[in-house]
Design a protein around this ligand. Structure first.
Ligand SMILES: *Cc1c(COP(=O)(O)O)cnc(C)c1O
Length: 419
């Protein structure tokens, strides 16, 4: 369920006309629906109401501080993968006791920052990282909460680039090595071994990989507890998929039902790290048609948003539904929807059949709320686009369009080139 739909022939986000926002802020821009964000968070979080849990929103999916604040207001925690994300989460007012920090490459300064903040735990991805965190915590005279991110070796049956729970991935510690790693961790004075975690991949559209992963983790927790290591948190990661096209991912309630039986008897607090399932269908990217042309019998629609604004189609070949902001009686055409970037890989859709468009028409790229703006860049020296949050019939620019000055912020021409 989301709050994007047509009224007469105009696309609306809640009670706000998308075209009106375009007139006010120019194109391209990201547009998010507050009601949809809230709804998705509540549906997910309440599905697990029966068991102690923390819903830690995966900040990398959408890192805008206003969006993060919205989840903080809903009682959410955060899942981070960098010091920069911790900074954002704190700016948004998150309770550090609801923060977990994942990622294979944590630097000392990032570890220190998280330690000083007092986060719940690090999801540790290697034995060397355990030693680093122990050493940094010792320096600060504190104990660090840790869990190990184990690799349950389950195939999430998703795109290889977003599959993370197989043995040969760079993530986590493999199943066999994890017991030894836990024993070492338990012997380190400045670590408080609290949890077990995993994250098997993203855009997972079946429940079975999660069930398999939980079964492996459950067995590990049993072994650890019988070895005297008091595991109190079980972090199942994120990864629940959404509908971009024809996928039929399980609703959070089904996912929860499959997990809760096993969860109840484990006597621990569950942590979930949803990203895409909360924000994905709560945002769109709005772009204007610049030109249309035909090359070698192939039709192209050239729009003012490119792969620097939304990289998912170029990076993963992923499908994003594209629809007109104003519906008109037009014959359908099949065309590539491409951006202005000087790369052949710069496209939003290939061979897409949509109603014909003309210059200045607005197109909405749907399901762009996750890994959209947060993966955007300044490539081709394109200022990053604004982010707009709609609530009912009003909207707020929650990140303004970058200026040309923003593009060169921090750059300096050295003295020897001044002459
Ligand atoms: C990316 C990531 C998530 C969120 O994944 P989604 O597919 O967006 O739910 C959660 N946990 C970790 C460790 C991640 O790297």
């Amino acid at each position: 369920m989301n709050h994007f739909g047509y009224k007469q022939d105009q696309l609306f986000c809640e009670e706000t006309s998308v075209e009106e926002v375009a007139r006010a802020v120019g194109t391209p821009f990201y547009l998010y629906s507050c009601r949809t964000l809230q709804h998705h968070f509540r549906v997910f979080d309440s599905a697990f109401a029966e068991v102690p849990h923390i819903t830690c929103f995966a900040v990398k999916a959408n890192s805008n501080t206003a969006i993060l604040r919205l989840f903080v207001r809903e009682g959410g925690g955060m899942d981070l993968v960098s010091g920069g994300e911790l900074y954002r989460a704190l700016k948004a007012g998150v309770d550090p006791a609801k923060v977990v920090y994942s990622g294979v490459g944590k630097r000392d300064d990032e570890i220190d920052y998280a330690l000083q903040t007092g986060i719940l735990m690090f999801n540790v991805e290697s034995e060397q990282e355990l030693e680093r965190i122990n050493a940094r915590a010792q320096r600060l005279g504190i104990r660090a909460g840790v869990g190990l991110r184990v690799n349950p070796d389950v195939d999430p049956q998703t795109h290889p680039h977003i599959s993370t729970g197989l043995r040969e991935n760079k993530f986590g510690i493999d199943g066999e090595g994890s017991l030894a790693a836990y024993r070492r961790a338990a012997g380190m004075k400045h670590l408080d071994v609290k949890g077990v975690s995993c994250h098997i991949g993203s855009q997972v559209t079946k429940i079975s990989p999660f069930i398999d992963a939980l079964a492996r983790l459950k067995e590990l927790v049993r072994q650890l507890r019988s070895g005297g290591i008091a595991i109190r948190y079980l972090d199942l990661g994120g990864g629940l998929g959404i509908t971009y096209n024809q996928e039929t991912p399980p609703p959070p309630a089904d996912y929860a039902r499959a997990i809760i039986g096993a969860a109840r008897e484990m006597e621990c607090t569950f942590i979930f790290e949803p990203g895409r399932v909360i924000v994905g269908n709560a945002g769109i990217l709005v772009s204007r048609v610049l030109y249309t042309k035909e090359n070698g019998g192939k039709k192209f629609i050239i729009v003012d948003a490119g792969m620097n604004d939304l990289i998912r189609p170029s990076l993963y070949g992923s499908f994003q539904h594209i629809q007109p902001v104003t519906r008109r009686e037009r014959a359908e055409i099949t065309a590539d929807v491409v951006g202005p970037i000087c790369e052949s890989g710069d496209f939003l859709a290939k061979g897409r059949t949509i109603p014909a468009v003309v210059r200045d028409d607005l197109l909405a790229v749907m399901s762009a709320g996750a890994y959209g703006f947060s993966m955007s860049s300044n490539y081709n020296s394109r200022p990053r686009v604004p982010e707009v949050l709609v609530r009912d019939d009003g909207f707020t620019v929650i990140r303004k369009r970058e200026s040309y000055d923003d593009l060169i912020h921090g750059e300096e021409i050295p003295d020897f080139l001044q002459r």
